[in-house]
Design a protein around this ligand. Structure first.
Ligand code: ZN
Length: 319
């Protein structure tokens, strides 16, 4: 159960349900991407199959290990990544299978990772089986858009809503997983994750976090550091057009966020929040327009050297 961070109320409730043996046949695991639905599904499945009485899932018995390794024969994933939706055929196949008793497990657990992508026919087919399932059957519906499920399905499921993590907990976990990374990069990723660890990890691993140059740009702009900006722009003159465009686009993005912060919205990046605090909307807007013009020039085949040169004039950070 510890594998799922935060979500204390949810975990307490589930632990109590396991202790009393009061399990539902159908759970709806709801939360945005990266909120822990898959982790929770694994824990829940292991707890359903665990043969240790005391504290399920124990994580060490054979049944737990098979679930956690993804090789348990009675845990069935209902999906086909090649298909755009979860079709009625997939549900019918599961429905036919559900009446065959478990191979070795206590239960047969059907996991539907994209429950929100079931079309109406698939949902109706599922409804028939969750209305009167065999005792040993359990269905785990994972969804980041629970409202797309029929009310009749929702009313027959026990909702398990994943919540954002407190910043302290999320940051500690990021620092643990990325010991070499500097704290501001972690804080940026965390700031953009809306409190969901999976999103922060995705940002950090996919390199979508703020580029170092973007952070420096924001810093120079916030502090009206003209020399710092020149030192940043000069080496960029040698960059390739296809590298420079995404970078400047990120600068535009951080300025738009700074504007949003001034308009009272929460900024995703700490650097944007700082920018929003230190410069007026008019100043940020002016810089943003200059950057958009620079991007247009690059797209129009003006050389990176010329564009970086003109940006030093246009982005007069001291005014
Ligand atoms: Zn176990």
């Amino acid at each position: 159960m510890e594998a799922l961070l935060g979500n204390e109320r949810l975990k307490t409730g589930l632990t109590a349900a396991f202790a009393s043996g009061k399990l539902s046949h159908c759970y709806l695991l709801a939360g945005p991407p990266g909120s822990g639905k898959h982790t929770l599904a694994r824990i829940l499945t292991a707890a359903m199959e665990c043969t240790q009485g005391a504290r399920r899932p124990c994580g060490t018995c054979l049944q737990c290990r098979k679930v956690l390794d993804g090789v348990h024969p009675d845990v069935i994933t209902v999906d086909d990544p090649a298909k755009k939706t979860v079709t009625v055929e997939m549900i019918r196949k599961a429905r036919a299978d559900v009446y065959i008793k478990p191979n070795e497990g206590l239960r047969k657990v059907y996991i539907i990772p994209r429950a929100m992508d079931m079309n109406a026919a698939a949902q109706n087919a599922l409804l028939k089986v969750i209305e009167e399932p065999p005792d040993y059957a359990a269905f785990l519906l994972l969804s980041d858009a629970a409202e797309r499920l029929l009310p009749t399905i929702r009313s027959r499921s026990v909702p398990l809503q994943l919540s954002p993590l407190p910043e302290e907990l999320g940051m500690a976990e990021l620092a643990r997983r990325f010991p070499g990374k500097d704290r501001s990069a972690l804080a940026d990723a965390w700031g953009r994750s809306e409190g969901f660890l999976g999103q922060a990890l995705k940002l950090l691993t996919e390199g979508e976090s703020l580029a170092e140059e973007t952070r420096r740009f924001a810093d120079c702009f916030a502090r009206r550091d003209k020399l710092g900006l020149t030192e940043l722009l000069v080496p960029l003159e040698r960059r390739k057009r296809e590298e420079l465009i995404p970078l400047l686009t990120q600068w535009v993005e951080i300025l738009s966020q700074a504007l949003a912060v001034r308009a009272g919205q929460p900024g995703r990046w700490e650097a944007a929040r700082q920018l929003g605090r230190s410069r007026t909307s008019a100043e940020s807007l002016r810089a943003l327009r200059s950057l958009r013009r620079a991007i247009e020039l690059l797209q129009g085949n003006v050389s990176p050297g010329a564009v970086c040169g003109v940006l030093q004039v246009w982005l007069d950070v001291t005014d």
